[in-house]
Design a protein around this ligand. Sequence first.
Ligand SMILES: [Zn+2]
Length: 412
Amino acid sequence: MRSALLTILVLVIPGVRQMTRYSPSRPSAPKRIVIAAGTIYDGKGVVLHNTRIVVEGSKIVAIDSNAGPVDYDLRGLTAMPGWIDAHVHITWIFGKDGKNGAAGWTPEEVAQQYANNARITLLAGFTTVQSVGSPGDLPLRDRIARGEIIGPRILTSAQPLTGQGEQTGTPDQIREFVRAQKQAGADLIKIFAAGGPTRNAPTLSQAQLDAACDEARRAGLRTLVHAYGPAVKMATIAGCTQIEHGVGASADDLKLMASKGVYLDPQAGLVWENYLLNKEKFVGTPYYPATLEGFASMEQLIPLYHQFLKQALQVPGLKILFGTDALAGSHGRNAEEFIDRVRDCGVDPMVALVAANALNARALKLADQIGSIAPGLQADIIALDGDPLKDITAVRRVLFVMKGGVVYKNGP
Ligand SMILES: [Zn+2]
């Protein structure tokens, strides 16, 4: 139902526009769209009132309260740049048996599941995601970029470097691995440098981490390091770009990150809430508890993550990103993380929104293209029913989604 509606929106609206704006002298002039908005959060923390956003082709060309005629009237909603999720696993699915994994699906059905994850993520307001840790992300990224399927812009790591102590390889072998990912089309390098929040021993030596992050830097790629406890400091010393999760890092480790400009990408609950919500699907699958009772310990982890984010908020200058770790069961529910941050960790709602806009864009090195509503940037624009500064649950009510000047959702 919804996808049929979308097809109509995408196919018919450009056609109408071509008819009304047809000009023999400028046959290739990009179509112009004017959006009226009552309230705009510009992505950097600035609020604009009663103005219009002018879009031509894929880009915003002006903010002009006198522009017209209006194509989309978003007055009554709250408009902002499309959100960026710094950490998802877009190709993580449940199998035909309903269990965590891809069991039972044909390759075509798997591709369909991936496409569905991408579609629901975009329609939830996320116009760009960084998907970290699966080579399956590459063809999905490319299909979306070619316009074959609907989804957010994807940046991905291809194969991650999974720390396994000495077995991971020598520093030279690690450098070779990093170059191979670049060759395979990776936008960044994902590194697993520790276990989980409870067993947080580093799984890479300092020399191995140094090699990975240095080689990535030489190749012009950023490094995202899954780290807990002592590995946080090690990755910071190694000059890696961004730390994922981070629980168990000391106040001094976080200060060191801030002084070196290393980004922190913590989570405030969605990932654990999702495991608990879907425990029947995860139970007994690799890396998850063998019994349902085993999931009780996860409930204790949630306050640990809340506490860690609160601790990080106290560190002056620490750049805290918005990354949800969305995986099977939480695709399309990424915005729940905003609610967790604001409700459970006391994050200022505007700070949470800016993290998912301008700050994430900077961390992705895409600040000149996305993350803000300003002339010259991609027309990634969403609008919510309600004001998330007053009621953070408004993030669940995304009624309008435009990515690169194309409207994918306009209405409930
Ligand atoms: Zn993850």
